[in-house]
Design a protein around this ligand. Structure first.
Ligand code: SF4
Ligand code: SF4
Length: 458
């Protein structure tokens, strides 16, 4: 198996012996966008020297800036079922929590989607607990179709990333046929003894079956997969190394690693006590982990949810994060009424701002919020996407798409203040587009958007 606990522990132990020379070489390699091997990553993980820590953040910031510029992709989760046969000790949806569970009907899903669309969202992460009876693959596939079919005024959801339990090759084939964006699955923890302890007596207890989910998904043509760990279940350094070994395995076997990596940090949920989790990383450690992931896999998107506070999210945008959620509800049917949000939710949130508040604050910080969903619709997925990213040419489409989708957001969902400040900001940013032909194309498209056309992308 590509993850071996003793091997990871050895690598971390040996990494303590790294010389100054070696650390400097690794920092330079990262600075050159070459990515890092897991042995090199281990050296950075074990580095505690203040001067190198400062450099880690500096290099991560440089990489973020050079590859992603000031763009930030926006998404929202959509929970459609909280039925779950598993008993993950850290989750509000675990089966031993007694509450009235719900699975949305197709009509209810469409109602939720209309609300999400009226908040300006174009990209969602579809979320559901694991329950082969109440929430089987056919229900998920029907939900995906219902979401893509929903229109609301000028908007619609254009990319559905799917976060459902590890499943069979046949089911992955159905997801692929349903035209999903990224298939997301968090390993939660790569440390097998911890994995087995926090996932007792359930379908999810099988560590290897969970770990090999992306292999099955990729065998059936899903070439954008999104990994992640739940920081707090076990030692953060071990988890980052586990993630990187998983990524190397996918690269070696399928020619492409993670499309995205999510970095959720454990939060309070119904029926659990945070005191039972001694490995929750403090802010400084968490930020260091994000920066090291940025350096290790420069072309992989890193996602941060509203679990984190507005302040932490803001800070991490400078050292690695490329996608953030906005206006999230993590309860089934939660968007429909505020009342529903009083139900059991999967975990607690920290950033409660509306999407418009988040967009305004991003623009004030000179970030371009992007609702772009172009790549998978243009067939830029898997290794094709990675080649464009590594060659640096993806930038020529990301920047215009970010600006055009932001204009669409402002025209359809912005208030007067955003219309004024946002439009001025967009025009400033258009002037920074290096290629004249692209700049002119974008200026033409801005006019078309103002005249009422929608969904323009490269
Ligand atoms: Fe179920 Fe997922 Fe929660 Fe585990 S983490 S109890 S699988 S919803
Ligand atoms: Fe993402 Fe592709 Fe859009 Fe760039 S162009 S933001 S990589 S979907």
């Amino acid at each position: 198996m590509f993850i071996n606990k003793d091997y990871i522990e050895d690598i971390l132990r040996n990494a303590k012996e790294a010389t100054d020379e070696e650390i400097k070489g690794i920092l330079q390699k990262a600075r050159d966008f070459k990515g890092l091997t897991h042995e090199e990553i281990a050296v950075l993980l074990m580095t505690e020297d203040e001067k190198y820590l400062a450099e880690i953040f500096e290099v991560a910031g440089e990489i973020k800036n050079a590859i992603y510029g000031n763009r930030v992709v926006i998404f929202a989760p959509l929970y459609i079922s909280d039925y779950c046969v598993n008993n993950c000790v850290y989750c509000g949806y675990k089966r031993e929590n007694e509450f009235c569970r719900k699975r949305l009907s197709m009509e209810e899903i469409q109602e939720e989607v209309k609300i999400l669309v009226s908040m300006g969202h174009k990209r969602i992460a579809l979320e559901a607990g694991e329950d082969p009876v109440n929430c089987d693959i056919n229900y998920i596939v029907d939900a995906i179709k219902a979401i893509y079919d929903t229109k609301q005024d000028n908007g619609e959801i254009r990319r559905i990333n799917v976060n459902i339990a590890s499943t069979t090759v046949e089911n992955y084939q159905k997801l692929k046929a349903a035209n999903i964006g990224t298939y997301i699955l968090f390993q939660e923890t790569y440390h097998q003894p911890t994995y087995e302890r926090v996932h007792p007596n359930s379908l999810k207890s099988n560590y290897e079956y969970h770990l090999t989910a992306f292999d099955r998904a990729m065998q059936r043509g899903i070439d954008d997969v999104g990994g992640g760990v739940l920081f707090g279940l076990y030692d953060a350094k071990f988890e980052v190394l586990g993630l990187m070994l998983h990524n190397e395995h996918l690269e070696k076997t399928f020619g492409v690693g993670f499309h995205t990596i999510s970095v959720p940090r454990l939060k309070k949920a119904e029926g659990m006590d945070l005191e039972q989790f001694p490995h929750i990383p403090d802010d400084a450690t968490f930020k260091k982990m994000v920066a090291i992931i940025r350096m290790a896999v420069p072309f992989t998107g890193i996602l941060l949810s509203t679990r984190e506070s507005a302040e932490t999210r803001r800070e991490l945008l400078n050292s690695g994060i490329t996608q953030i959620s906005a206006g999230s509800c993590v309860g089934v049917g939660g968007y429909k009424t505020a009342e529903d949000q009083k139900k059991v939710i999967q975990f607690e949130l920290s950033d409660h701002r509306t999407p418009t508040e988040i967009i305004k604050s991003l623009i004030a910080d000179k970030f371009i919020p992007s609702y772009c969903t172009a790549c998978y619709r243009k067939g830029r997925t898997g290794d094709r996407f990675m080649q464009l990213a590594k060659a640096g040419t993806i930038h020529f489409v990301c920047q215009p798409n970010a600006l055009m989708t932001l204009m669409e957001y402002i025209l359809d969902y912005g208030d007067e203040e955003l219309l004024a400040t946002g439009t001025a900001f967009i025009m400033e940013e258009v002037q920074k587009i290096e290629r004249e032909d692209i700049k002119n194309l974008v200026l033409g498209n801005m006019k078309k958007l103002q005249e009422g056309q929608r969904d323009l992308y490269l």
